[in-house]
Design a protein around this ligand. Sequence first.
Ligand code: 5GP
Length: 195
Amino acid sequence: MQLLKDRIIQDGKVLSDDVLKVDTFLNHQVDPVLMKAIGEEFARRFENDGITKIVTIESSGIAPSVMAGLTLGVPVIFARKRKSLTLTDHLYTASVHSYTKQETNEISVSKDFVTKEDTVLVIDDFLANGQAALGLIDIVSQADAKLAGVGIVIEKGFQPGGAFIREKGIRVESLANLASLENGEVTFIEEEPSK
Ligand code: 5GP
């Protein structure tokens, strides 16, 4: 998605060889105009997949997911990050380790909001080692819902998450896929022509 790539080049800050900061439009300040375009692009890619729900994780997955949900006309559920294992009644839970934050969160979604009748699109802001996406996929599977695929705003293609999830036969659509952040420079993996 050219608009997104241009914005990453313009505003992204390379913090290290493997961390990109995009606080000006996605992770702290949110650019609604760009988010709307991102949501429409996710919706276009999954428009024929019978999506009934979008499942994401707080907090940075919410903005792109809501925009995709608006275009597809479906509800958006964000998994909450839990610190405690108590009060897990009526919840699907999964354990997600964050390498960027060096912490493990128990994420949870109410059983009321994802059911076996649903076809789910999982969306997140970044895909790195895949832990967040795998946690969400685990929750979709606990609910016996159908998984249509995973939509990612920025994939770091040089980290293993994307390959690992695709090897499971799961469709992953990234709107920008980074080849490298080495030497403070952002380079992209060329997108395959989208359907
Ligand atoms: P994963 O679970 O795939 O290893 O990492 C995904 C999560 O880590 C994302 O939800 C995002 O919050 C965070 N993350 C991973 N890499 C980056 C990065 O380079 N920049 C930012 N801003 N967040 C990242």
